[in-house]
Each structure stands twice: as structure tokens, then as C-alpha cells.
Design a binder for this molecule. Structure first.
Ligand SMILES: Nc1ncnc2c1ncn2[C@@H]1O[C@H](COP(=O)(O)OP(=O)(O)OP(=O)(O)O)[C@@H](O)[C@H]1O
Ligand SMILES: [Mg+2]
Length: 321
């Protein structure tokens, strides 16, 4: 159960009417319970937070022009929840470590790696990684809604972008330019090559000039977009892949938590899940848990899990992918 400190923080933040601290304390409590192996309770707590989020999600007031372009939340995603290869985990740890000790680096004229590009197929943990960086460093998590910016401020996108980078410099947080290649996609739709090229160029220029204390993360699942000019602007480029056998095992174990039956037919599960992304495997596990709850079972067994994995496989193939 929750520690005495956690309970006191919850009570105090209620009396202080401090919603941000309350929410952060609740999420920390959920993470704590998850680490204790109480994953059902952790999930319930997170569901409660999600259900009440609409009123508390804009925790950091941004100028109203930016409220619709930058989404700001407090997250408590942890590195332990991110299932990636050891190598990728070490790369994320290095970003965290350099951030935590950035003053030490500064004394030697060096700066921490803070402009990060994440590349990889959908559902492999790019957005989640950005959220893990914010959760671990206890920074607000802000997503720049590029597609909105481009459609709403057509012709003035570069100006808006400059203002976004001013905010990045003024207010320390993790800033995610999610699917920032949306700019590229818009290019053909609006048939306005000139404007879009300018926008992409200004984006790269602003990134290059930025020397703020924030972390800037850009994510894309379109590797074709990446040329040397783009790589050069980032301090680090992390590549994501579909999960291998070891990762599938860890993901299923994490996700099923206390619903995991002690004997799962791993060879069958691994064989059926090989062409699925992390997100799809996570969904299959959640579906299996729901089904178990609704049929009054306390565990997810092998046949229930493989049924749900097969459902994901079918959805995947009928998508024409
Ligand atoms: N590596 C991972 N470890 C654990 N869970 C994961 C991982 N990748 C994805 N998930 C689960 O799938 C959800 C969606 O993943 P996420 O949004 O990070 O994918 P993405 O790589 O950003 O995909 P897209 O390219 O479509 O934006 C996550 O919230 C998480 O529940
Ligand atoms: Mg994403």
C-alpha cells in the first residue's frame, strides 16, 4: 500500500487546492503500486486520473493562442515500463543522465544531449519514450500539434514556429514534435511547395539555434524523410523496431501483471506475435484482461491470449498492411 509520505502529500495537496501536485502525487502512487506488483490497482488509479483528466490536463497555462497548438500535461510514465532492447534503453538512460548532470558538463564547456530524433514504425514506443523522459525528469510534457499549426496558420507557420521556440526557451519542459513530418505530408495536399519547404527549413533552423534548458524530441515513422541535413541538427537519433522474442515476453509479462497465468505457452505466443508492434501486443493483453474480468476469471490463460493476438493479426492484415 501507499507510503505514509504519499498519503500526507495527497492530503496536503487537497487542502492547498494544488491540482498539479495532487495529480502528480496520484500518478506517482500508481507507479509505486505498479512496482509493488499491484498492477490492477495501478491501472484502476490511472483510469481514475484519465477519467478526470479533461479538467486538469492543461496544467501549465499557456498563452491562449498556444493553448490549441501546444498540449501540456503532467505524466508519470517510467523507463521500467518501456520495453526496448538493452541498447536502446542505454541510449535513453544516457539522455536522462546527461540532463541530470548538465551543470557538471557545462563547467567543461559541454552541453547535454537534448535534441533527439526518434525514428521507427508506428506503435513501437516513440511517443511513449518522450513521455518517459518527462516522467523520469519530472518535467511537464508538451506536444506541439504541427498539423493544426500548418492548417490554421498557413502562410504564417514560420512565425508561429518561432514563437513556439520562444516558449521552449522560456519554459523548461519536454517538447514533442510528434509526427513532425506532417509538414511534409501537407506539402502535396496544399500543393504549395514553397511554403512547406520554408516551414521545414525554419524548423531545422530553429532547432539548430536552440540552446534552451528544455528537451526537444521529434518523432517520425517516415525514414525516407531523413537526410543528412536533418540528422545533423539532432544530438542523438534513436531507431525503434518491432519487438523481438525477448521483448515480446517482457511486454506480455508487464502488461498482464497479476492477471498472468503461471504457465503460458510461450512458443505459440511468440510465433503468433512476431509481426505485431508493441502497441498491438499491449492491446491484445488489455483485451484479454477485459475478457477475463467480464467472464469472472482471475487469470489470462494461453488460449485467451492467443485468441486476442490472432484478432490483432487479423485486424493488421485486413488493413492491407
Ligand atoms: N516499447 C514499448 N514498450 C511498452 N509499451 C509500448 C511500447 N511501444 C508502444 N507501447 C504501447 O503502445 C502505446 C502506443 O505507443 P506509442 O504511441 O509510443 O507508439 P509510436 O511509436 O509513437 O507510434 P506512432 O508512430 O503511431 O506515433 C503506448 O502508449 C504503450 O501502451
Ligand atoms: Mg507516436
Amino acid at each position: 500500500m501507499a507510503t505514509a509520505e504519499q498519503i500526507k502529500t495527497l492530503i496536503q495537496s487537497h487542502y492547498d487546492r494544488n491540482d498539479d501536485r495532487f495529480q502528480s502525487a496520484v500518478l506517482q502512487l500508481a507507479a509505486y503500486e505498479a512496482r509493488q506488483g499491484h498492477s490492477a490497482l495501478a491501472r484502476e488509479i490511472r483510469t481514475l486520473v484519465d477519467r478526470n483528466k479533461s479538467s486538469t490536463s492543461k496544467v501549465v497555462p499557456l498563452n491562449k493562442d498556444f493553448g490549441e497548438l501546444i498540449e501540456s500535461t503532467i505524466v508519470d510514465e517510467r523507463l521500467a515500463d518501456l520495453v526496448v532492447t538493452e541498447e536502446l534503453k542505454a541510449r535513453v538512460e544516457r539522455i536522462l543522465n546527461e540532463f541530470r548532470q548538465r551543470e557538471k558538463l557545462k563547467k567543461h564547456g559541454l552541453s547535454n544531449r537534448r535534441k533527439i530524433l526518434l525514428v521507427g514504425p508506428p506503435g513501437t514506443g516513440k511517443t511513449m519514450t518522450a513521455s518517459v523522459l518527462a516522467g523520469e525528469l519530472q518535467l511537464p510534457f508538451r506536444t506541439i500539434l504541427m498539423d493544426k499549426m500548418v492548417t490554421k496558420f498557413m502562410g504564417e507557420t514560420s512565425i508561429k514556429l518561432r514563437q513556439v521556440f520562444e516558449i521552449i526557451a522560456e519554459s523548461q519542459a519536454v517538447y514533442l514534435f510528434d509526427e513532425f513530418d506532417a509538414i511534409g505530408a501537407e506539402r502535396s495536399r496544399d500543393n504549395d511547395v514553397g511554403e512547406m519547404r520554408r516551414v521545414l527549413n525554419s524548423f531545422l533552423q530553429f532547432i539548430e539555434q536552440d540552446d534552451s534548458n528544455s528537451l526537444i524530441v521529434a518523432a517520425t515513422n517516415n525514414p525516407n524523410l531523413l537526410d543528412q541535413a536533418l540528422f545533423r541538427r539532432f544530438d542523438d537519433v534513436l531507431h525503434y523496431h518491432f519487438p523481438g522474442e525477448e521483448e515480446i515476453r517482457r511486454l506480455v509479462k508487464n502488461r498482464l501483471g497479476e492477471f498472468r497465468s503461471s504457465s503460458l505457452p510461450w512458443s505459440i505466443i511468440l510465433a503468433r506475435a512476431t509481426s505485431l508492434s508493441h502497441a498491438e501486443i499491449a492491446k491484445a493483453c488489455d483485451d484479454a484482461i477485459k475478457e477475463a474480468i467480464l467472464t469472472n476469471k482471475t487469470k489470462v490463460d494461453g488460449s485467451l491470449l492467443t485468441t486476442m493476438i490472432d484478432e490483432r493479426n487479423n485486424a493488421y492484415h485486413s488493413n492491407g498492411r
